[in-house]
Design a protein around this ligand. Structure first.
Ligand code: NAD
Length: 298
């Protein structure tokens, strides 16, 4: 069992950290939110007063922060924690960030004698709670073998995508597809409702037809169709719309760098930007249905 520092205890990081505790690891945790810290403290984690204190004795450091700038400011620069982590320790950076940010952290970690993997996740808050996340890992294979028992306490599928940054590139491609699928699913359901269909009946039909996809099967965007999804609790507690917008921005950046066309990704990005601009940025991303559903707009 390892002593693990866990930084970032939000919708994803909170349940991931709880699963590490359940697996028998000891934890030292830090977040800016006192409520998030209390949940972990009640479950037996040690609460640190800042990130440097959290990482000082750790064998493994896990971070689950919103975006590149939070990750870069945690690890890099004069106040970054890299110089404070015990040499030989392993960093597992699980946030969804730019590939170049993951590569920059890996380079700084390597110079400090630390192994680092980018290990972003898929599976949503449901997967984080159930411990069934998919990890997309970038970095050396030997570091992945060291990380395996820790990652398997939080997830069930581990993929080695390639060298440093490759996990993030895979995640960016996946989330661009998810953003498109959610917008398309919302559009189809809104069209059905506008033409008099019950969204539950239409969802059942499409789940057993060729329009079937993850958004429809486990994350229906229309309130009341499914229990235990953000749509049925006021679009709270899931994957923030502004986080999806950030990921579609990362896709746009990757597309520009490689001169690869992403017409549907750009269209989806504009739809989420419109909805965020109308004040929905803190809601779950499935609230995109509100932009398309004439009944909710009325
Ligand atoms: P969240 O906003 O719920 O949680 C982020 C946490 O980080 C918050 O508790 C916040 O207080 C904390 N934080 C921010 N700055 C900090 C700092 N400097 N030091 C310590 N703590 C800090 O976000 P989330 O939904 O848990 O997502 C986290 C990451 O995982 C994002 O990169 C997101 O894109 C990715 N992701 C989210 C989902 C999902 O379904 N929510 C799924 C897969 C991947």
């Amino acid at each position: 069992m390892s002593h693990i520092a866990f930084i970032g205890l939000g919708n994803m990081g909170g349940p991931m950290a709880l699963n590490l505790l359940k697996a028998g690891h000891t934890l030292s945790v830090f977040d800016l939110s006192p409520a998030a810290l209390k949940t972990l403290a009640d479950a037996g984690a040690g609460v640190a007063t800042n990130a440097i204190a959290a990482v000082s004795d750790a064998d493994v450091v896990v971070s689950m922060l919103p975006a590149s700038r939070h990750v870069e400011s945690l690890y890099l620069g004069r106040d970054g924690v890299i110089g404070r982590i015990r040499p030989g320790a392993l960093i597992l950076e699980c946030s969804t960030i730019a590939t170049r940010s993951a590569v920059a952290v890996a380079k700084a970690a390597g110079e400090a004698g630390l192994a680092m993997l980018d290990a972003p996740v898929s599976g949503g808050t449901g997967g984080a709670i159930a411990g069934t996340l998919t990890f997309m890992v970038g970095g050396p294979a030997d570091a992945l073998e060291r990380a395996r028992p820790v990652l398997l306490a939080m997830g069930k599928n581990l993929f080695h995508a390639g060298e440093h940054g490759a996990g993030q590139t895979a995640k960016i491609c996946n989330n661009m597809l998810l953003g498109i699928l959610m917008a398309g699913t919302a559009e189809a359901l809104a069209l059905g409702m506008a033409n008099g269909l019950d969204p539950r009946v239409l969802s059942d039909i499409m789940c057993k037809s060729s329009g079937r996809n993850w958004a429809l099967e486990v994350y229906n965007p229309v309130p009341g169709v499914m229990d235990n999804v953000p749509a049925s609790r006021g679009y709270s507690g899931g994957f923030g719309l502004d986080l999806m917008l950030k990921d579609l921005g990362l896709a746009a950046e990757a597309a520009m760098g490689a001169k690869s066309p992403i017409p549907l990704g750009e269209l989806a990005r504009n739809l989420y930007a419109l909805h965020s601009g109308a004040g929905a940025g803190a809601l779950d991303f499935s609230s995109i249905v509100q932009l398309l559903n004439k009944r909710s707009a009325a």
